[in-house]
Design a binder for this molecule. Structure first.
Ligand SMILES: Nc1nc2c(ncn2[C@@H]2O[C@H](COP(=O)(O)OP(=O)(O)OP(=O)(O)O)[C@@H](O)[C@H]2O)c(=O)[nH]1
Ligand SMILES: [Mg+2]
Length: 391
């Protein structure tokens, strides 16, 4: 699973990325600082299941902090997107393809109004414009992919009575577009799949838009909430758009995570409080005081909340623990693994995820909490723990 950070230049994508991954990437106050995509591990935050048994887990990947477990997934930061990108403006079309493999987007929007759609200094710029621009460019990107082969496959789809949805899905291979997504969008648009040559330009545009919305769901990180006019922009954007929109302070989160890493403070990502552990300089104190004001106003920096919402609400993934009666593996590590499973996964899917032999020899799964057995069709619930019994 891959989540992509999108947005126009200077919005704070790389700052968000660095705060979430602590990877060393370039952050700069000029547009197009990022050119090549950055990939790194970010984490969702879930309650540590071991706590329910009076223990603390020892993750093989990710980490535990307090009663929370942080489970890794891949996050990607790309170049800024400007109006006309789908036609080659800015860094153009090529980098749009960097976004192809993403399952969902976090759209980082600068709420300060201090930089414009191209990332240049401005005053009272309305942040909602960025959302329209990014939507439009993503839609045009999808439409371009579709149009590239449209005439040919609209004709062959008719002549051979070949399934149109299949032809379209081939065109979108690599974009995480499922055939069922295409079928449901054709239905929703009320278009005739048997006569694609009759689809108008407008039909194709609408189809592209709905397909993009379905296959690249988006959450909005309303960034730079520490700035003077951000609240005003945020309220307006919230009333205009239907997306999940979360106030965000990427720069604050980055400072907190770095201070925590350096032992200056104790900070659990997503909390609205931190604890000072060392004697600080006046400058450090002032910086933390400023951050604290935003934490109090918005209940946190928003970064962790956005990551969790992208994975668990937008994509409806489930965090599942392989958990035997002893909780630990042969080396004594408690609950070393935790898997992020796609929505509607079953006990059998989970067994296959652990190992194909475990899947093939599945007999039953034992719930670590209730000790009850379930069969292969059991639909997993978020935060379940199961031991798979095999032949
Ligand atoms: N005030 C404030 N500034 C921020 C925040 N997040 C990022 N910035 C600043 O915004 C500027 C741009 O940040 P980047 O993270 O490089 O932005 P980007 O979206 O990656 O930009 P490109 O790579 O050029 O597309 C930098 O000067 C950051 O310090 C924030 O939460 N508050
Ligand atoms: Mg950047």
């Amino acid at each position: 699973m891959l989540i992509g950070l999108v947005g126009r230049p200077n919005a704070g994508k790389s700052t968000f990325f660095k705060a979430a991954t602590l990877a060393d990437v370039l952050i700069a106050s000029y547009p197009f600082a990022t050119i090549k995509p950055n990939h790194g591990m970010a984490y969702v935050k879930i309650p540590d299941l071991a706590q329910e048994f009076g223990k603390q887990s020892n993750p093989r990947e990710g980490y535990v902090k307090g009663k929370w477990r942080f489970v890794p997934f891949e996050l990607m930061d790309v170049a800024g997107l400007v109006e006309g990108a789908s036609q080659g403006k800015g860094l153009g079309n090529e980098f749009l393809n960097d976004l192809a493999a993403a399952d969902a987007f976090i759209h980082v929007v600068d709420m300060s109004g201090e930089t414009d759609g191209e990332g240049k200094p401005s005053q009272n710029y309305y942040s909602g414009k960025d959302i329209h621009i990014i939507e439009k460019e993503l839609d045009l990107w999808y439409k371009g992919i579709l149009l590239k082969a449209w005439k040919v496959f609209a004709r062959t789809a008719e002549m051979q009575k070949k399934n149109l949805a299949e032809a379209i899905s081939q065109q979108f291979s690599g974009l995480k577009v499922k055939i069922d997504d295409i079928k449901s969008v054709i239905l929703k648009c009320d278009l005739n799949p048997e006569k694609p040559s009759l689809w108008s330009e407008e039909d194709i545009a609408k189809f592209s838009r709905l397909l993009r919305q379905k296959t690249k769901p988006m959450i909005i990180a309303a960034n730079k909430m520490d700035r003077l006019n951000s609240k005003k922009n945020y309220d307006k954007v919230k009333s205009e758009f239907n997306y999940p929109i979360i106030p965000c302070f990427a720069e604050g989160e980055l400072a907190l995570r770095e201070a925590d890493k350096n032992g200056l403070i104790d900070y659990i990502p997503g909390e609205k409080k931190f604890e000072i552990k060392k004697t600080l300089t006046d400058k450090q104190k002032q910086a933390l005081d400023d951050i604290n004001k935003i934490l109090e106003e918005y209940g946190g920096t928003g970064i962790q909340d956005i990551l969790n919402k992208a994975i668990f609400d937008l994509l409806e993934y489930l965090a599942i623990f392989p958990a035997g009666s002893k909780l630990s593996d042969s080396k004594g590590n408690i609950l070393p693994d935790c898997y992020l499973m796609p929505p509607k996964s079953t006990a059998l899917d989970f067994a296959f995820r652990l190992h194909s032999d475990i899947g093939k020899n599945f007999v039953k799964a034992i719930d670590v909490r209730t000790k009850r057995a379930v069969g292969k069709d059991y639909q997993l619930k978020h935060l379940d723990g199961f031991e798979i019994m095999t032949k």
